[in-house]
Design a protein around this ligand. Structure first.
Ligand code: ZN
Length: 175
């Protein structure tokens, strides 16, 4: 049995006791979360969210890509979310390679150089990466400045979230 068959079997059991059939489209807690796709990070569990509570956007790295922005804008403008959270994590696979290396390897292996993806968004500095993602949302003209956008690093060893402060706030606190 393939894993797909296994999860379909699990879905049968899930649907038998289904109780979320009446939820509306807008998230009840008006929250949108962007998180890395890492399998160890389960946003609903680490944030105590139930079905219907929040939008959860995921991709490799928890990067504010064109597509993540699209989702955040729809989330706020059409579905009323009022707070955004970005979650990166320790031991992220995106820290283990360089875009150029992966790109050259794939071009070599396949003999093709496609137009997309434009970037894989690998990064070297976890905190700095979180700050950059927060900034990309805060500076977008279609997302109001009034929306709190907070960035965190999830520790895969402890299950704990640590907030990443803005660079200036962080240095003020240290001094
Ligand atoms: Zn990751």
């Amino acid at each position: 049995m393939s894993v797909t068959d296994e999860v379909l079997r699990a879905n049968e059991a899930y649907a038998r006791n289904f109780e979320f059939g009446q939820l509306p489209i807008p998230p009840a807690r008006k929250l949108a979360v962007l998180a890395c796709m890492d399998a160890r990070l389960v946003p609903s569990q680490i944030l105590g969210l139930k079905a219907g509570d929040a939008h959860v956007i995921r991709n490799a790295g928890g990067i504010v890509t064109e597509d993540a922005l699209r989702s955040f804008i729809l989330s706020h403008q059409l579905l009323g979310t009022q707070e955004f959270i970005i979650i990166n994590h320790t031991d992220c696979g995106m820290l283990t390679f360089k875009d150029e290396d992966l790109r050259s390897r794939l071009i070599q292996q396949t003999g093709s150089s496609p137009v997309a993806p434009v970037a894989f968004h690998a990064f070297r500095d976890l905190e700095e990466n979180v700050r950059q993602q927060v900034q990309k949302i805060k500076s977008h003209p279609w997302l109001p400045k009034s929306i709190p956008v907070r960035g965190f690093i999830y520790d895969v060893k402890t299950g704990r979230l640590k907030e990443v402060l803005e660079a200036r706030a962080a240095s003020l606190r240290q001094s």
